[in-house]
Design a protein around this ligand. Structure first.
Ligand code: FAD
Ligand code: NAP
Length: 335
């Protein structure tokens, strides 16, 4: 465990919001958590790529940096691997691909650490971590004990889990166990977004997991802003899910609306709604706005404060509500 005092968090959150925290506790081994004072409140962070700091962090910041990639059980068709919460998620994806373990290749280049992945059930290109997540190990701040949750106990849904709702702030995720496929049993998923057309451009008709991961990396690099260059936390809002009646009404008014069936309902592309309100590429005098290639990504052009970004996000919500009658809900954790 490393403890530092009066540390700037500018490089610890992908929006690049600057402030100084009085105490920063870097967890390098799960056992370090037992030294925490359980009567104290903490803010736990991985890579800081899904948080907007709008006010002073008036409690110690716990940074999860415990590593580890362990094969627990290997069968003919699958393998169970235990990953430390502090492992960089993208490095885990590329490690799995190199080991020829399948199931997370579509989740390449998502920023952040592995321990945060179950929080919002990270997803991209038609795959969510819940599809491969076996168990989540966590430290219970209330009792100081180690607990394990099977996938079925976490109530995973679209960008959602119990860790973000009823269990919020109670558990520190320490490891995740993934169930990955072995060669001959991979389920290649190229049906989503631009993956198929990109593979076609590369002349690949029977892609393997490495082709998929590399293609996702290429698409993401071309489309999304690099937080090292422009502060952002990816999609600021969730894609709203609306009922069929509202969808029919909207698609009559806006025949180009981008929507996908989601059970009996419809998922609207929030980026399209924001774009239609004229916000794509916008830059305010407070140095906030939306990214030129994807209006769903709210950015910090450099000097925006957390509160400026929050206020701007509320303007976006208001205009989408006025034009389409649709409410946008933040996906980013607002502190
Ligand atoms: P943090 O921002 O550090 O934390 C997020 C939340 O989880 C906070 O509330 C924090 O308190 C809590 N937390 C973090 N670690 C732990 C832990 N070990 N135990 C308990 N609580 C914890 N997300 C997607 O789902 N799909 C995408 O495709 C995607 N693309 C992105 C692209 C860009 C350019 C960016 C900047 C972000 C993107 N995101 C995406 C959002 C983000 O990368 C993910 O949600 C990621 O899992 C966050 O990881 P993190 O370690 O940075 O979490
Ligand atoms: P995109 O491909 O331009 O698609 C726009 C939206 O349409 C996406 O949000 C996606 O929903 C939905 N979509 C596309 N194809 C679909 C299909 N075949 N079936 C159902 N829904 C479909 O999106 P993008 O911005 O470039 O992002 C690509 C992927 O990376 C998406 O899965 C997106 O979620 C993910 N991503 C997430 C974040 C984040 O911070 N959460 C940031 C960047 C990218 P879904 O979002 O539900 O997948």
């Amino acid at each position: 465990m490393i403890i530092r005092n009066n540390v700037s968090v500018k490089h610890l959150n992908s929006f690049g919001i600057d402030q100084v925290v009085e105490r920063l506790i870097e967890i390098q081994d799960e056992s370090d958590l037992h030294y925490l004072d359980l009567n104290e409140d903490y803010l736990v962070l991985g890579g800081g790529s899904n948080i907007l700091l709008t006010k002073k962090v008036n409690r110690p910041l716990v940074l999860m940096r415990n590593l580890g990639r362990e094969i627990l059980i290997e069968k003919e068709d699958s393998v169970l691997v235990k990953i430390g919460a502090g492992e960089i998620w993208h490095e885990v994806v590329m490690w799995a691909v190199n080991e020829r373990f399948g199931g997370i290749e579509n989740l390449a280049l998502i920023p952040g650490r592995s321990g945060a992945a179950p929080m919002q059930n990270i997803g991209a290109y038609g795959v969510e971590i819940k599809d491969v997540l076996h168990t989540v190990y966590a430290f219970d701040k209330a009792s100081g004990t180690r607990v394990a949750f099977h996938n079925s106990e976490c109530d995973f849904a679209y960008r959602m889990s119990n860790f973000k709702t009823i269990w919020k702030d109670r558990y520190v995720i320490t490891q995740i166990v993934l169930s990955l496929t072995k060669p001959g049993y991979h389920k290649i998923n190229t049906s989503y977004g631009a993956i198929k057309s990109e593979l076609e451009k590369k002349g690949i008709d029977t892609p393997n997991i490495k082709h998929v991961a590399d293609t996702v990396v290429d698409i993401r690099k071309a489309k999304l802003p690099d937080p090292q260059v422009i502060g952002n936390a990816g999609s600021f809002f969730k894609n709203p899910i609306i009922d069929a009646e509202q969808y029919n009404e909207l698609s009559t008014r806006y025949p180009d609306i981008v929507a996908y069936p989601s059970g009996q309902q419809y998922k609207l592309a929030a980026g399209w709604l924001i774009d239609q309100c004229g916000w794509r590429g916008y830059a305010s005098d407070k140095q906030t706005g939306t990214y030129k290639n994807q209006a769903l990504v709210i950015v910090n052009y450099g000097k925006a404060k957390g509160q400026d970004i929050l206020t701007f996000s509320q303007e976006v919500q208001k205009s989408v509500k006025e034009k389409f009658g649709v409410s946008l809900e933040p996906e980013v954790n607002i502190w």
